[in-house]
Design a protein around this ligand. Sequence first.
Ligand code: IFM
Length: 444
Amino acid sequence: MSRLRFPADFAWGSATASFQIEGGVEERGQCIWDDFCRWPGKVFEGDNGDVAVDHYHLYGADVALMARLGFRAYRFSVSWPRILKEGIGEVNDVGLDYYSRLVDELLEAGIEPYATLYHWDLSTALQRVGGWASRDTASRFVEYARIVADRLGDRVHHWITHNEPWVVAMVGNLYGTHAPGWEDPGLALQVGHHLLLSHGLAVPVIRQASPGSQVGITLNLYPTYPATTSAEDLDAARIQDGFSNRWFLDPVFKGHYPEDIWALAGAQVPRVEQADLSIISRPIDFLGINYYSRHLVASDPSGPMGVQTLHPEGEYTQMDWEVYPQGLTDILTRVYADYSPRAIYVTENGCAYEDVLTSDGQVHDAKRTAYLRAHFAAAHKAIAQGVPLRGYFVWSLMDNFEWAYGYSRRFGIVYVDFQSLRRYPKDSALFCQSVAQENAVVLD
Ligand code: IFM
């Protein structure tokens, strides 16, 4: 048995996002996910976020639950259309007050708030005038960021501008399986550029409104491995890595898009104005990494970008994502070696499995516990190799709306009965409690 101790001030937390948990639809403006849920066939069984798990009303009990579970940090997102119903214009004080109360409640419970400003719920009104395809949306985002940071910035000391801009750009505008649902490569790359621009523009504004705070961005990253050591497969891995990882990492940390992928994009490259990349690469305080799985790829001239993604033998979650803890060590060490962020947080990691609630209110989710234990250990390995990893947020605190999968995928360490909305900590929550309390992971 070995016991892996984490650094003294390591932030153990859980993560959520506004649209996925809040509900409270009547007190916010309409967003693109409200629309997407009503687009027939796009979201499992037409599920929607009107009630979600009603965190908007139950946040007090949820914060108390987090405190009981021993978490000292919580990553949540602010819903832009709850602050500005049309994305711009009059401030909805009810919405700002809500987040202010949430933050107070967290601090009283000894939980440090980590606020994400954009986790995918763009106002429908802004989408009607182009959404992220319009450069103007980047400026609107900065106005919104200023309003939130002005109000919460005395108490929130960690800010994340965007969650997974790759997913927003590509899944929403290239694959069409997320809102707004388009399938246009040029549009996707333009959206990605405007997301990055809005990040860079917002960084100094947040710092000004929230002095002394730490500001960063969260990227979903995939360590990418070639199936063989052939030159063709190595090339396929380089391309896949460039598309999934470097396309966002390079602009943020190096001030340019990766040349190889830029060339590959041909006529689809985004319109970039002269100062954009120096704005996008303004120094940040930390990088958030969301890690779920890896890419294993081979060369395939008939595949997209000449790449085929393989499905190796192994263990998979209900999302059909391979369980690959070593990938977390690899992506952390690689990102630190290549980009030297000042600090890194794992801002999301977790898994969906088919959980069963027993008649006595328990969920014995041994697979999730094993998944988390192995990934915590993988993070520890990276710390031992010198990576400045400062915290780890489990996705997710509780079962919630899993985007196109609706309520059919449970990522929570707390089970939610979607009818009664009652919460039941799963065995994995008790495991996380012991890790957070002891600041250590025990391996058999
Ligand atoms: O639920 C999502 C979250 O909103 C963003 N990262 C991945 C999670 C699981 O799919």
